[in-house]
Design a binder for this molecule. Structure first.
Ligand SMILES: [Zn+2]
Length: 304
């Protein structure tokens, strides 16, 4: 398993970290625990995603909004901070995210060559061409999809699968691919929390809405039943593997343990392997103290 990581993924916001639950330094912690895993190869994306790739994806309005402090802070769910310069936000938060997008593209290219790939960052499933929200600025799957087609690694006729097992519904992915019938969405999410959006929910092909408080047995049974509905023929699968399904997560509202998360990753991986679909796992959300441990457990479970 190739695990994509770069030191530039880490988001160090200093004292501002007390304003947001996301642990931006999580990626480095995960890698420190994976360094001695024999079956894991840590790979760095060679460059940050080029500005042209981002701008080709974004609508003209969003291209302008992403250069302004207030809309970016709103998307990051952070309060307005008058003296904070935009350049600080760009360097400390947006640039790490753009490295995360580069990781998704590089990991996708690796998966398309037949190797298992996992990008520790990415999975920014609330953003789309026209909006940024929910701590997501750039839709890394949409940008990568566009770049893979431009580079001839995919065609517009190829069938693509997105499996989203982050606790939140992937409204950004649903909107990004709203009219693209070659993209199948399978989404398992807590239906009681953000984003309560009926329009984007309707786009999901295989939807598994769950109530807050759902525990391991029901979650894993429902996930298995959803995966059983899949058939083969996909050129590539993206898996948004957010760990905010953990009971210790302050935002997800579900009740999974670290072992359950590893089990869910393994169920997804085994199903996609059985269907012979190249797969790239992506970071997604994860805001609790066990998030890094669950990512490590998931990677070990599928690379073992
Ligand atoms: Zn989430």
């Amino acid at each position: 398993m190739k695990v994509f990581y770069h030191d530039n993924y880490n988001i160090d916001i200093g004292l501002l970290k007390f304003l947001h639950p996301f642990d931006g330094m999580k990626f480095g912690k995960v890698v420190a625990q994976l360094r001695h895993e024999k079956r894991v190869i840590i790979v760095e994306p060679v460059q940050c995603i080029p500005e042209t790739a981002v701008n080709t994806f974004l609508s003209s309005l969003t291209r302008r909004l992403v250069l302004r402090k207030r809309p970016v802070l709103e998307a990051l769910e952070a309060p307005y901070i008058p003296l904070l310069p935009y350049s600080w936000l760009d360097k400390r938060i947006l640039q790490p995210m753009r490295w995360g997008v580069a990781g998704t593209l590089a990991a996708s290219q690796t998966a398309l060559k037949g190797e298992d790939a996992w990008n520790l960052a990415g999975g920014y499933h609330h953003a789309d061409q026209h909006s940024m929200e929910g701590f997501c600025i750039y839709n890394d799957i949409g940008i990568s999809y566009q770049q893979l087609i431009a580079g001839g690694e995919l065609t517009a006729d190829d069938r693509i699968l997105i499996i989203d097992i982050d606790a939140h519904h992937g409204n950004g992915n649903a909107r990004t691919f709203y009219d693209n019938t070659n993209v199948t969405l399978l989404d398992v999410y807590n239906a009681d929390i953000y984003p309560n959006n009926p329009v984007s929910r309707r786009r999901v092909d295989i939807a598994v809405p769950l109530p807050s408080g759902t525990g391991s047995e029901l979650y894993l049974n429902k996930l298995t039943a959803a995966l059983d509905q899949l058939s083969g023929g996909y050129k590539l699968a993206f898996v948004v593997a957010g760990t905010d399904v953990l009971a210790t997560d302050p935002l997800g509202g579900l009740q999974l343990s670290v072992d359950d998360v590893a089990q869910s990753h393994k169920l997804v991986y085994q199903r996609l392997k059985a269907l012979n679909i190249p797969t790239v796992f992506l970071g997604g959300g994860g805001y609790g103290k066990e998030s890094a441990a669950a990512i490590v457990a998931g990677i070990k479970a599928i690379s073992g």
